[in-house]
Write a protein that binds this ligand. Structure first.
Ligand code: ZN
Length: 310
């Protein structure tokens, strides 16, 4: 019995030591989305331990906070958020429940990834409820432009260097490597979509303005009548009319929306519904930031090729 007790005590000590060494070895990073987690891993390498709260196949506006989220937030050294009110419905209560002074907005361990990126659709004039779920600080889906991904990675590099100054050179080298791989991939993506510059399409939600602007595609309407508002019969009819008028055949849908209305619209206009991944983890192929674009660009290019061949 005594031997058993001693063995148990040793085991407890070993586990405690392991947990402690792990805690010292890595900066604990929690991100709101898988895109930010992927970028944090690119830059942070083995100096960080990264967990994402929302999964890439979930609508990032509406995330059910699991009890485990509070634990993750309470233990984090760094919390990285998309900002621009994307997480306004679910992150503030988590931050207050987590009771972690390090990651409060304004503290050193809080990073709003939107600070240095290109933001589109910043509304001018007064915003009313009638406009739907409009973001007063601009469209929060900005990570879908690789140039913005690069800027997010720079912000993460600078923040990690601030939190762990001894590893500054390591983060700089990891960033430079990512930057190079991204730039090479961007040339391929630009070339793949170049033949379709100016093509008009419709998307379900306003998730894609940065993506479409980057690749020269033209979004003429949305399945949602207003951001965050489900399709309505009258808006759907208007949209079908507009698509017929302008000969628009493609409807891009995020993986977390019901396909019934988009499919009905596609049938009416003789077009096609295409599900693209708006985030890392939105489909299993989109396993990191570069693979996300690899997946979306190739799928979009092959679909546009089919549609224009008809
Ligand atoms: Zn949105």
């Amino acid at each position: 019995m005594r031997v058993l007790i001693r063995a148990f005590a040793v085991a407890v000590l070993v586990v405690a030591a392991l947990t402690r060494s792990e805690a010292f070895a890595a900066i604990k990073v929690v991100t709101t989305t898988e895109d930010l987690a992927a970028l944090a891993r690119e830059v942070g390498g083995d100096k960080v331990q990264v967990d994402a709260l929302a999964k890439g196949y979930q609508d990032p506006h509406f995330v059910d906070p699991k009890p485990s989220f509070i634990l993750q937030v309470s233990r984090a050294d760094l919390l990285i958020a998309v900002g621009r009110e994307l997480e306004i419905g679910w992150l503030p209560p988590l931050i207050s429940s987590g009771r972690n002074a390090k990651i409060q907005p304004g503290a050193a361990g809080y990073l709003d990834a939107s600070q240095n990126v290109k933001i589109l659709e910043i509304p001018t004039g007064q915003i009313t409820r009638a406009m739907g779920d409009v973001h007063p600080s601009g469209n929060p889906h900005y990570w879908l432009d690789p140039d913005n991904g690069r800027k997010i990675a720079q912000s993460i590099r600078d923040k990690l260097s601030e939190l762990s100054p001894n590893d500054k050179a390591y983060f700089a080298q990891r960033y430079a490597d990512f930057d190079k791989r991204l730039a090479e991939a961007q040339k391929k993506w630009d070339a793949a979509l170049a033949p379709y510059k100016g093509t008009k399409l419709v998307t379900y939600h306003r998730s894609w303005p940065n993506f479409m602007e980057r690749f020269g595609l033209n979004v003429i309407g949305y399945v949602e009548p207003k951001p965050g508002i489900p399709p309505s019969p009258s808006h759907t009819l208007d949209l079908i009319g507009e698509m017929k008028n302008q000969d628009v055949k493609l409807i891009v849908v995020e993986p977390y929306f019901d396909l019934k209305t988009p499919q009905a619209i596609a049938n009416q206009v003789g077009g096609k519904v295409l599900i693209l991944a708006p985030s890392v983890g939105g489909t299993k192929e989109a396993s990191d930031y570069i693979q996300l674009f690899e997946y979306d660009v190739n799928l979009l290019a092959s679909t546009l090729k089919q549609l224009t061949a008809k």
